[in-house]
Design a protein around this ligand. Structure first.
Ligand code: GDP
Length: 277
């Protein structure tokens, strides 16, 4: 017979496989680890570094009612056991983003939703000391462009399960800082920069995106149509997040702050998570 430890392990793995899971992406320094720690423990102090993906278990706060409970009484909900969920923190450094793309591509255990964390205090071009192009903005927008494009490609390549929507939260973090852009401005700023990136990519000036070189989702090794695929289907006109609905990616931008007392805190993000459960 199997040792008891193995029984426990198999049981535990099967429970975890059914637990809703959220993949946390975003560039370095945007606050992914702070956010995951805050949602896990209720405080934002850093307890781990993010060189490799790290999955932690958390629970939806009692004050946030999951969507699946919307037709029942809140009082009943409060008597239930807290709803567990998993959060996977991924490294944001450009050289380590393959971890994130691999998790995105998981067909055995696809994430319930994706949280893309951006530093809202670092996106305005006036905020850069150099006065030139804002590296934080272009780095953020490029990473976001590549993640959305890989989801678009995965949708196009999928033989089944096209009906399943992917909830995608852009978490505009650090709203406690007075230099931070509000969520609506984060949204329009990112859409504008993604429009620029997509035009540049389409013209081939930057070459192909890094995910086209085998780091992305399945099938990228073949040159051809997949290689030439443009985010949102065309490089004409302005890119809008809403266009991604065509590929079943539902993007929402919600502001908050993972650390600091001022600002909206993490409530809006919990609301969004609750709406997916
Ligand atoms: P990661 O590289 O995306 O995991 O980013 P970290 O979680 O390590 O955060 C980078 C830095 O931003 C740290 O110094 C955090 O304390 C800080 N930070 C994260 N979230 C917030 C926030 O909401 N407000 C402020 N003011 N600082 C934050």
């Amino acid at each position: 017979t199997l040792p008891i430890v193995l029984h426990w392990f198999i049981y535990r793995s099967s429970v975890l496989a059914k637990t809703p899971s959220f993949l946390v992406l975003g560039p370095s320094g945007s606050g992914k680890t702070a956010l995951v720690t805050k949602l896990e423990t209720g405080h934002g102090s850093k307890t781990h570094t993010s060189q490799i993906p790290l999955t932690v278990q958390s629970h939806l706060p009692k004050s946030t009612v999951p969507k699946s409970w919307q037709y029942r009484s809140t009082a009943d909900y409060e008597t239930k056991a807290p709803k567990p969920l998993l959060l996977t923190d991924t490294p944001g450094h450009a050289k380590l983003r393959h971890y994130a793309y691999n998790s995105l591509a998981s067909t055995t255990n696809p994430p319930t939703g994706i949280l893309f964390v951006v530093d809202a205090a670092d996106l305005s071009s006036s905020g850069t000391a150099t006065g030139g192009a804002n590296f934080a903005l272009s780095d953020t927008a490029e990473y976001l462009h590549d993640v959305l494009l890989s989801l678009q490609k995965a949708y196009n390549n999928a033989k089944t399960s096209k009906a399943k929507e992917i909830p995608f939260l852009v978490a505009a973090n650090k709203l406690d800082l007075f230099t931070a852009l509000p969520a609506v401005a984060v949204k329009s700023t990112l859409e504008k920069d993604i429009t620029r990136i997509r035009e540049t990519r389409a013209r081939g000036l930057l070459g192909v995106s890094t995910i086209g070189k085998g780091e992305g989702l399945g099938g990228n090794d073949e040159e051809g149509d997949d290689e030439r695929e443009v985010l949102g289907g065309t490089s004409e006109g302005d890119f809008k997040f809403a266009t991604m609905e065509e590929w079943n990616v539902s993007v929402e931008v919600v502001g908050g702050n993972a650390v600091g007392e001022d600002g909206p805190g993490v409530e809006g993000w919990w609301e969004w998570i609750g709406a997916q459960l």
